[in-house]
Structures are given as C-alpha cells and as structure tokens.
Design a protein around this ligand. Structure first.
Ligand code: BLA
Length: 316
C-alpha cells in the first residue's frame, strides 16, 4: 500500500505565468495551488518521516461529472501527524481550489493547520490559519502557548492581506488571532504574496510541531480528541465547499470525500453528533438547520488587536 510516493520535483515547475502579448494585463494562466501542496510536502519531510495514509488508495484522482475538472488528493501521516491531506481542484473555467490541512495525533494539542483558497475567475477567497484546537478567547494559556510568539508573523500578513470583511461568528470561533481571512483579485503580486504567507505559516506550524511534547495525562488526551472531533464535525457539516463539490462530483461522492477524506475522523474519533456540539442548529423537528450561520455575519474589521487580544463584540 506504500506504492504512492511524494510528487517529484518536476511538478514544482508546473505553474507558470504568461503575459498576454496584446495587452499589459498579466494573465495568470497556469496558476495552480499544486505548488503550495508540493512545498508543504517537501518541507514536512525535512522535519518528520511521512508515510502515505491508507486513504491514499481510495482518494487520489477524480474527474468531475462533466469531465472538465480534475480533483487531486494526497494524504500522509507521521509520528505526530494523524493526517496531512490536501485537495486541489483544477477547474476548466479558471477555477482553482485548495483545501490543505494537517491534523495532529490526539496526544498533541497542536493547532490544526488550515489553508483554504478558492480562486474563481479573478476572485480569491482565502482562510489561512493555525486553527486553535482549544478556545483562544476563553483559554488564555492555550493562546499564550502557541500564538504569543506568532503575533509578529500574523501582524505582518494582516497588513499585506487585509481582513476579508464580515464573517460568521461560528467560523470566527475556530480561528486564531493570526488568521488570514482575506479576499483579493488575481494578480501575480497577490498570488506571490499568498504563497509566501502560506510558506511562512506552514514553516511556523512545523516548528511548533517539532517542539510539541506528547501528552501523557489521559484526560488531556481525551480533551484534545474531543476538540478535534468537534472541529471535524463542524467542518464536515458546514464547510462552504460542499455546494461546489456536490455540483462537481455529485452528492454521494461529495459526501464520501468530505466525511472520509477531508474531515476523516468525524465518524471515528468521537461519538457526539453535530446537534450535541452545536445545539443552536437543531430545529423543532430534530433536524439540523441548513443555514451556515444561526447568528449571521459580523466583524467587519479584524477583531484581534496587535497583542492578539480579542476585541470583537458579542461573540456568541
Ligand atoms: C467561502 N470559505 C468561504 C468562506 C469561509 C470559508 C469563511 C466565506 C464565506 C463565509 O463567511 O462562510 C472557509 N470557514 C472556512 C474555513 C473554516 C470556516 C476554512 O468555518 C474553518 C473552520 N472551499 C473549500 C473547498 C471549496 C470551497 C474545498 O474549502 C470547494 C470545493 C469553496 N468557499 C468555497 C466557495 C466559497 C467559499 C465557493 C464562496 C461562496 C460561499 O461562501 O458559499
């Protein structure tokens, strides 16, 4: 089953930028998030020994129903990493998507590395973060432990990649003080900036992974496990990518991809249901509301100050 190897170097040069000779507008043709994932894999291998995940056998390459879009999946694990997985979508109509995440083993309270980038035409929507495993508004120790030293990095990119506008408070609670939540229009400059943010954030995550010590207190391990399961349950139910995935590969395949690959662990790491974690979504007849947010959008500006202190109002 270990017949899959990390992509070779040649893939690294697969994305290029061409200039349209008849106009001065740079055309970002061949822009792809594959180089992001390749960078992450190569960089991870400098820090730990990656082995392919058993998921790789089932999830590797897929075509959309109309055959026009390619979905590529990669997954690995290592001693501290329960699952490192990446999905890139190469669309025909200048749509490019990346969902790259790294989930730690439950013996580690490491943040979850999260890079979600969607490019449709010239519109780019980005969430890049070391998603906190535990609450960073209530649990100050957790925030201090991981984010205090990362604030300079967060501040640097908060200026370069400005806050993307109102966001649901449900999502915000999964974000850290250094989250990059941004929207921008395509240009070589912006894509380069995003790539450099991705590289810096990922290197920062690997450094804290190197330092992470295994938790031996069983109750703390259970707490980490519960927190990761809650996170997976949230994203497996409410991730904004689901609608697009359904359209591309059909409802059944999309469900498989979301529950078994992207948020693998949602059915195995814990037994609690979505409604138990997020009762506000439960409707009178017992079903789960299809709304993404019960609270609505808020936080027009970055709700963290330069010290990483939460300054947003009314977080629900
Ligand atoms: C949009 N993706 C978004 C938005 C967020 C995220 C915050 C803006 C819309 C909103 O405010 O809800 C991402 N939300 C997250 C993340 C967390 C969260 C990472 O709560 C973590 C806790 N996105 C994908 C994939 C696809 C995708 C795989 O990750 C497609 C296959 C698509 N995301 C996608 C699209 C939009 C989007 C199309 C814009 C349209 C929309 O908001 O529905």
């Amino acid at each position: 089953i270990f017949s899959f190897s990390v992509p070779k170097r040649k893939h690294l040069t697969s994305s290029k930028t061409k200039r349209n000779s008849s106009s001065s507008t740079p055309i970002i043709s061949g822009f792809s998030y594959k180089k992001f994932v390749n960078f992450a894999l190569e960089e991870t291998q400098r820090h730990t020994h990656l082995i392919p995940s058993p998921l790789q056998e089932k999830f590797n390459l897929m075509k959309s129903i109309d055959q026009k879009t390619e979905l590529e999946m990669l997954s690995f694990q290592s001693s501290k990493i329960r699952l490192l997985r990446g999905l890139t979508i190469n669309g025909s109509d200048s749509m490019q998507v990346m969902d790259f995440a790294v989930f730690p083993e439950p013996e580690f309270d490491l943040p979850i590395f999260c890079a979600n980038c969607v490019t449709v035409g010239s519109v780019n929507i980005v969430v890049l973060d070391l998603n906190p495993l535990h609450d960073v508004i209530i649990e100050r120790n957790y925030k201090e432990k991981y984010y205090k030293s990362l604030m300079p990095l967060g501040l640097k990119y908060a200026e370069l990649l400005p806050w993307g506008g109102k966001i649901t408070s449900e999502s915000l609670k999964f974000f850290s003080p250094i989250v990059i939540w941004t929207k921008f229009s395509s240009s070589q400059h912006n894509h380069d900036l995003l790539f450099s943010a991705f590289m810096d954030y990922y290197k920062a995550w690997l450094e804290i992974m190197d330092q992470a010590k295994e938790e031996t207190d069983a109750s703390r391990v259970l707490c980490n496990l519960g927190a990761q399961h809650r996170y997976l349950t949230w994203r497996a139910e409410k991730d904004p990518g689901h609608r697009l995935l359904k359209r591309l590969i059909g409802e059944c395949n999309a469900q498989d991809l979301v529950r078994d690959f992207l948020f693998n662990g949602v059915t195995t790491l814990g037994a609690k249901s979505f409604a138990e974690y997020f009762p506000e979504y439960q409707q009178e007849d017992g079903s789960i509301s299809e709304k993404r947010s019960m609270v609505g959008k808020s936080f027009e500006t970055r709700p963290w100050d330069t010290g990483g202190e939460f300054i947003g109002e009314n977080i629900v």
